[in-house]
Design a protein around this ligand. Structure first.
Ligand SMILES: *Cc1c(COP(=O)(O)O)cnc(C)c1O
Length: 389
């Protein structure tokens, strides 16, 4: 396969003897048969990746993983039932009692819960690094730091972490670098090319892109994926073949979808930047973004998420949501349809005011997951809601 990775990912298919179907068939089966005892014995041998049982492997799951590996430039991967199961498995398979995790402070809500509530129960300590203070990162590394975990862009603040810089630190100290690439997708950013060892995804978001299924995947270095695979093989967070079949199909349109999501988002960010009801707009490719230069270095586009802060704070946020006509109010992102959310009153309402401030969630912060509708319709609906505040 010597073509562009996007072409290779789209053309990559399940290996099978008969190829009657142009679209991959769905292997809704919990187990696989063997011709004889010898074949079965060989399949159970440690190194085999033969299909045995769908908790371990399934052709649809494998096709999805293979396609994502091509796009991320990864040696190997394993897919799971949700983004959180992929993140959790990457922690549990590679860290043990007495280890330390260094994470960026702004992480997805459930990831924060896993790090602060569950890892300490198993004797895994953590500390958080400030995204905007790279000079302080190295001092946070301890002799027992096993993994550095980052999101970039962060959710929902859209801060950017220099993957190359943090991977240099990880390499210097012999630490695994694990990057949640959910917001950028491999279309915009390939963390492995900048030195990451592992990349995790919530496939529920842009990878599916159509708000249909939950899924998660981790790709990266073969020896690390092997550990994660063995952990999952025994603990069972398996991705269903049906969800994998949908996700694999979605990979075929990821590049064109992300191109439109990102161009719509950039248009929206520019159009809202000087709106009288708005304090600031944040989007990685806006010149005003504090880490704009890093975004330009490691991202091909700015992604599909735009954030802005309403001058009127919490009340204005609620009014804004209630005045939208077209945009959906839902707890997801990365859909064909545009979505608005107000983190301070919804996803991050349980945090204290101070906790929200430290991760950049101000009372008037609005997050838009920009869809595939016509850009003027998205802007028009948002402007109408801004006028109604
Ligand atoms: C949604 C999300 C997750 C969790 O994924 P699920 O599929 O909902 O389990 C993890 N990281 C980021 C950045 C997310 O947006």
């Amino acid at each position: 396969m010597s073509q562009h990775p996007i072409t290779n990912a789209i053309r990559k298919q399940i290996d099978r003897t008969s190829e009657m179907e142009h679209s991959a068939p769905l292997f809704l089966t919990s187990s696989f048969c063997f011709d004889n005892a010898e074949d079965m014995r060989a399949a159970f041998a440690d190194e085999s990746d033969d299909n045995i049982y769908s908790r371990f492997s399934n052709p649809n799951v494998k096709e999805f993983v293979d396609r994502l590996c091509i796009l991320e430039g990864a040696e190997a991967g394993f897919a799971m039932a949700s983004g959180m199961s992929a993140i959790f498995a990457s922690f549990m398979a590679l860290m043990k009692h007495g280890d330390h995790l260094l994470s960026c402070n702004a992480v997805f809500g459930s990831t924060h819960t896993v790090i602060t509530k569950y890892l300490p129960k198993y004797g895994i300590d953590y500390s958080y690094l400030q995204v905007d203070k790279p000079n302080e990162w190295e001092a946070l590394i301890r002799p027992n730091t096993k993994m550095i975990y980052i999101e970039t862009p962060t959710n929902p603040g859209l801060d950017i972490i220099d993957i190359e810089a943090i991977s240099a630190l990880a390499k210097k100290h012999g630490i695994i670098l694990n990057v949640d690439n959910c917001f950028a997708t491999p279309v915009a950013q390939q963390p492995i090319a900048y030195g990451a060892d592992l990349v995790v995804h919530s496939a529920t978001k842009w990878l599916d892109g159509q708000g249909r299924v939950l899924g998660g995947v981790v790709v990266g270095k073969k020896e690390l994926i092997k550990e994660i695979y063995l952990f999952c093989r025994s603990t069972g967070p398996s991705l269903s073949p049906f969800n994998a079949w949908l996700l694999s199909k979605s990979i075929e349109t990821l590049d064109v979808r992300m191109e439109r999501h990102a161009s719509n988002a950039f248009y929206l960010a520019q159009a809202l930047e000087n709106h009288p009801q708005i304090n600031w707009v944040k989007y990685p490719f806006l010149l005003s973004h504090p880490q704009h230069a890093i975004a330009k270095k490691q991202m091909r586009d700015g992604g599909g998420i735009v954030c802005f802060e309403l001058k009127g704070g919490l009340d204005a946020g609620r009014k804004f949501l209630n005045s939208l006509g077209m945009l959906s109010l839902t707890a997801n992102l990365g859909d064909t349809r545009s979505i608005a959310s107000h983190p301070a009153s919804t996803t991050h309402a349980k945090l204290t005011e101070e906790e929200r401030q430290t991760v950049g969630i101000t009372p008037g912060l609005i997050r838009i997951s920009v869809g595939l509708e016509h850009k003027e319709d998205i802007l028009g609906d948002i402007k109408k809601a801004l006028d109604a505040i």
